[in-house]
Design a protein around this ligand. Structure first.
Ligand code: CUA
Length: 364
């Protein structure tokens, strides 16, 4: 459906679907308002006191009318349910090859970084026609990322990741709003989305403040924080190697001693840094110190990009935490193993390593 005068421009692939849903809902509402108010006025006029309308034999039942006023609303509601569910799934499910961009909400600004390293505040540059997936979290309170021209809005919540995807279909500048009251300057938490030609975007991406890709910056941070002291291949503390955990099944311990398998996504990596005691890899001791309060979200996302760069489900380097599972560890029967477990490098002392724990505290 085309643009309607009271709406912002239609600038993403899903915008017109949202508008169609909205138009259909509006049309149904307007139809029934006219129908009901029309009947009301007609009968009020026709049967007003003093008219000589036929008032004999008023009907007090009519099966056809009853079936109609039950059946038609049911069909309309089921139709709307199907249509809105279909639309919702289109909006919520990002295409597999969507380009990730990281967003952190903070009182009162948006801190955005592209995997290639370039970062920006209260601005988001994106290439035309490319599926973009925002990976978002907050450093303080709940914010909401809202781009009216794209018809997308998603809460940004501290302590967890939420995502949002869109495909810009129109060049230009579009408003970005925070759509959740988040404090004194909530109304000033606004920004601009720049939709650029892909070649302009590439030029923009490689100018300015990049300073290495996010993965490279994350690797440096990983070294500065001494993470490799435990997670490196030659470490003398027994901690899981991080190669290939991204997007692969990760077996976790549960209180009853069984193993639960989850996917090593951004959320898992993030939570393992700030709340390492909550999800402990099967076969390992809960000895990792928490980095809660010591790393802000803009730094954690660098570490995540670095760990992602160590291999994914598609890269053939999979293996993940599985090498840490002792042979006796119970495996969930429906745990999908992406690849046979690989051996930990022979240089790594395994036996007794957990008794000889020498945990580095961050900053050392
Ligand atoms: Cu952030 Cu309102």
């Amino acid at each position: 459906m085309d643009e309607i005068f009271y709406w912002p421009s239609i600038a993403s692939s899903i915008a017109s679907r949202i508008d169609t849903l909205f138009n259909v809902l509006n049309a149904i509402a307007v139809f029934f308002i006219l129908l009901i108010v029309g009947c009301l006025i007609y009968f009020v006029v026709k049967y007003r006191r003093g008219t000589n309308a036929d008032r004999s034999n008023p009907p007090d039942e009519n099966l056809y009318v009853e079936v109609a006023w039950t059946g038609i609303p049911i069909l309309i509601c089921l139709g709307l349910f199907g249509f809105s569910t279909w639309t919702y799934l289109q909006v919520m499910r990002a295409p597999k090859d969507a380009m990730p961009v990281y967003v952190v909400g903070k009182q009162w600004m948006w801190k955005i970084q592209h995997p290639q390293g370039r970062w920006e505040n209260n601005e988001l540059h994106v290439p035309l026609g490319q599926d973009i997936q925002l990976i978002m979290t907050s450093e303080d309170v709940i914010h909401s990322f809202f781009v009216p021209a794209f018809r997308v809005k998603q809460d940004v919540v501290p302590g967890r990741y939420s995502t949002l995807w869109f495909k810009p279909t129109k060049l230009g500048e579009f408003h970005l709003f925070c759509a959740e009251y988040c404090g004194t300057k909530h109304s000033g938490m606004v920004g601009t989305i720049y939709v650029m030609k892909p070649e302009d975007y590439q030029r923009w991406l490689h100018s300015g403040n990049a300073g290495g890709t996010m993965a490279q910056q994350g690797e440096q941070l990983f070294r500065e924080l001494g993470c490799g002291g435990c997670h490196g291949p030659g470490a003398n503390v027994r901690a899981p190697l991080l190669d290939g955990i991204y997007n692969n099944p990760v077996p976790l311990q549960t209180p009853d001693g069984s193993t639960k398998v989850i996917i090593g996504d951004e959320r898992y990596i993030h939570d393992s840094i700030v709340n390492p005691e909550q999800e402990v890899a099967a076969g390992y001791k809960p000895i990792m110190p928490s980095f809660r309060g010591q790393l802000d979200e803009s730094k954690i996302r660098l570490l995540i990009e670095y760990i992602k760069s160590l291999g994914t489900a598609n890269s053939g380097r999979s293996g993940g935490l599985k090498e840490g599972v002792p042979p006796s560890a119970p495996q969930s029967p429906n745990a999908p193993l992406a690849s046979p477990p690989k051996e930990r490098p022979a240089t790594t002392p395994l036996a007794g390593a957990t008794n000889d724990v020498n945990v580095r505290t961050p900053g050392q």
